[in-house]
Design a binder for this molecule. Structure first.
Ligand code: PMP
Length: 345
């Protein structure tokens, strides 16, 4: 395997919003034995300029809001986000001169808070916890009231905005088409708002009917499993069923235990040189389980939503793992742990 030396010219961008997208996909080689039989790729959305796929949503939604006059010069962007969408809006907002207020809660990590502040965003904090230990509904309520009370305020509302999936129909799905063409058997996607999965389905399903879409969530969330329980994971998971998720497009769904997700993240860093965010561990574990039933030589792609640098103080920190009761699965037991995973009923 040699470094690819002849490549198309990198594009010139008028601002950072044009720099999102066109990320590479990398083949997994060592993390599980199924990678020898099936071509398993991770699409590295962590290569976006701010480190996550949600910058695509931010770039597209801000562009639409400007065109429609919902967001005017000097306006304020308000959103509820535990991390990446907030960072994406803070990044695009900084480049276009908007004030940005992100509603966060106790689960928002110090790293995400520092990233938001570094882009010049302001933080608004909620305290109310619901019966399932979630603060998502309180965050949405605060974002709604801020948007109503601030003159020139615009709330994209990623959870309920039917245009949330647009970015992935317009950008991510076309990148997948350009990279893999029709030669892709399964696509594995983490789910929270459902924006990624529904946008990808909208573009890819009619064109590639054989492509199986796999949805991935974390244990404790209610997207695919009605029993709520507390969980530490950010990025995937929700305390209500996402209105933007097209359940009919999903061939199989997985609800992955956090311990397996974090073990997979650490294994990907050490065995593949890929330092990815916590949801990626769940997505890859589910993808490798699904790959076991594919014919030899099949191709599966898993979407890595964000970079691992924002989790150095959590899932890549031994003290944090121990304090929270997580015990990493050693590499020699990873095949068995993947095998034991089951698709949700
Ligand atoms: N993983 C991470 C790290 C995320 O930030 C998100 C978005 N919250 C997702 C997965 C799920 O994406 P979506 O909201 O489009 O379903």
């Amino acid at each position: 395997m040699n470094v690819i030396l002849s490549r198309p010219a990198p594009r010139l961008c008028e601002d950072v919003s044009q720099a999102v997208g066109d990320v590479p996909s990398v083949r997994l080689r060592r993390v599980a034995s199924v990678c020898e039989r099936v071509d398993c790729y991770v699409k590295l959305e962590s290569c976006n300029p701010g480190g996550s796929i949600k910058e695509k949503n931010a770039a597209i939604l801000v562009g639409q809001a400007e065109k429609e006059g919902l967001l005017r010069p000097g306006g304020t962007i308000i959103e509820s986000s535990s991390g990446n969408f907030g960072v994406g809006l803070a990044m695009i907002g900084a480049a276009r001169g908007y004030r940005v207020i992100i509603v966060v809660d106790a689960k928002t990590t110090p790293t995400f808070r520092r990233m938001l502040l570094a882009y010049g965003a302001q933080l608004a904090e909620v305290q109310e916890v619901d019966a399932a230990g979630s603060m998502q509904k309180a965050r949405i309520a605060l974002a709604t009231s801020l948007a109503q009370s601030i003159d020139g305020g615009w709330y994209p509302c990623q959870h309920y905005n039917p245009r949330n999936p647009d970015a992935h129909a317009l950008l991510t799905a076309r990148e997948i088409e350009a990279t893999f063409g029709g030669r892709l058997d399964a696509l594995v996607v983490g789910v929270s708002t459902g924006g990624q999965l529904s946008g990808l389905a909208r573009y890819l399903k009619p064109r590639y009917p054989h492509l199986k879409l796999i949805g991935v969530d974390v244990q404790g969330s209610v997207i695919f499993d009605p029993d709520p329980a507390p969980y530490k994971m950010t990025g995937i998971g929700l305390s209500f069923r996402p209105p933007n998720l097209d359940y009919t497009a999903i061939h199989a769904a997985y609800v992955v235990p956090e311990n397996l997700a974090y073990s997979m993240c650490n294994a990907l860093a050490r065995q593949e040189g890929l330092l990815l965010g916590s949801s990626s561990g769940a997505i890859v574990a589910a993808g490798l389980h699904f790959a076991r039933d594919l014919a030899a030589g099949s191709r599966i792609a898993m979407i890595n939503p964000d970079h691992g640098d924002r989790y150095l103080e959590t899932i890549y920190d031994q003290d944090w793992l121990s304090k929270n009761g997580f015990v990493l699965i050693p590499p020699e037991h990873m095949d068995v742990a993947i095998e034991q995973l089951k698709p949700a009923g």
